[in-house]
Design a protein around this ligand. Sequence first.
Ligand SMILES: [Ca+2]
Length: 467
Amino acid sequence: MKLIYLLLLFVLPSSLLAKEKPNFVFLLVDDLGWGDFGCYGATFYETPQIDKLAKDGMRFTNSYAACTVCSPSRASILSGCYPARLHLTDWITGHNRNNPILNIPQWKTKIDHQRVLLPEALKAADYATAFLGKWHLMPIDQPDFDQHYPTSHGFDINVGGREWAQPKGPGKYFSPFGMPGLDDGKKGDFLTDKLTDAALKFLDEKKDEPFLLYFSYYTLHGPNMAPPALVKKYTAKAKTFDNKKNENLNPKRAGMVEALDNSVGRIVAKLEQLGIADNTVIILTGDNGGNADNTTAGLRDFKGFSHEGGVREPFVAKWPGKIAAGSSCDEMVISTDFYPTMLEMAGLPLKPEQHQDGVSILPLLTGKSQSLDRDTLYWHYPHYHRTLPYGAIRQGDWKLIEFFEKGTLELFNLKTDPFEKNNLIENNPEKAQALLKNLAGWRKSVGAQMPTKNPDYDPNKPRGKKW
Ligand SMILES: [Ca+2]
């Protein structure tokens, strides 16, 4: 009897502790526009499952991706660091512009192994870790190609992740997919559905231990492809749709969004069926703005641009009993914040030497606080895309964009001008200079790489491809 008591004394606390650790389902949507979900204003696209997720949790209105393109944002989530600090500032493989005014810096096309990434930190705390979908964080055609898969960075399994920015298999979004670890299924099978099957299988297998399911959807990246029934549905809907809010009416893109919504619904249902929904945190967000016009609910521009449409992202989080259902939060948050937030949710010590730029937003999620001890966010994109090379700072309601070619400045007040229509630089030179100084100081503090003057630039020659 004494022995049993002693055993209980030693065994019980650790087992209870293990049970307290929440599971994580992190859903990262590619090229997700601010206006793509019903809960963010969409009326043409239908997202009942995602809207329900927002209704059961918290919806953020000032959530940002750390970059206007894919790879840097993805690196920022996994590392908790700004892309500028990582020197991973453009998508892989990026691009050069002919005859540029500025030469862009050599940026990294992989994450250093020296860093302890989010999945590695959770794995060390006995989490089962799965990566599904788009990786896009590894060099292409390099000798060490296979050293940079998700499984080299803390994930136990990898289903679908490789160097690709988008599905490039024979059938692209349709079988055959040509992706590691992913069942090709049968002809006509849709990628989002098959990845979801793999997600449900992982949940079935790991329901009794803490897990991180990092589901990095290939959708909504191009090419726009969706199951025929959904394309048919939205083609018909578009014919009679009264497009009052100037929404994107591409039936294929609408179908991709609905397939995504179905996937989210299946995952939520599976968690409930397994009886683990109450102890599972679900986070849903995107890596950069929508890759098309009219996907940002009026925010200026979209993916690849310096304005809000390139970086403002939907973000909803559900954690029953911890996050109030139907709540919303207007505080600024950014993709570097997920790492420390999830560590704190798991009851693990923070690793400030790793997630150097992230802040735990747990007090916002639990309603303990309405604001963070941080009022400034930064972006650094020393590359050509749809935008010219730029840096940006948002402090409170103010946002300054600095274009590096000629030092051109744009200043906006996002409270009075959320769509960035009025450049206030002439009216507020002092504010602009203060922000500019702050931005330059930040760049120095993180060791940001700057573009340099191109000595061979010839103003009489064509500047080549726009992006
Ligand atoms: Ca993207």
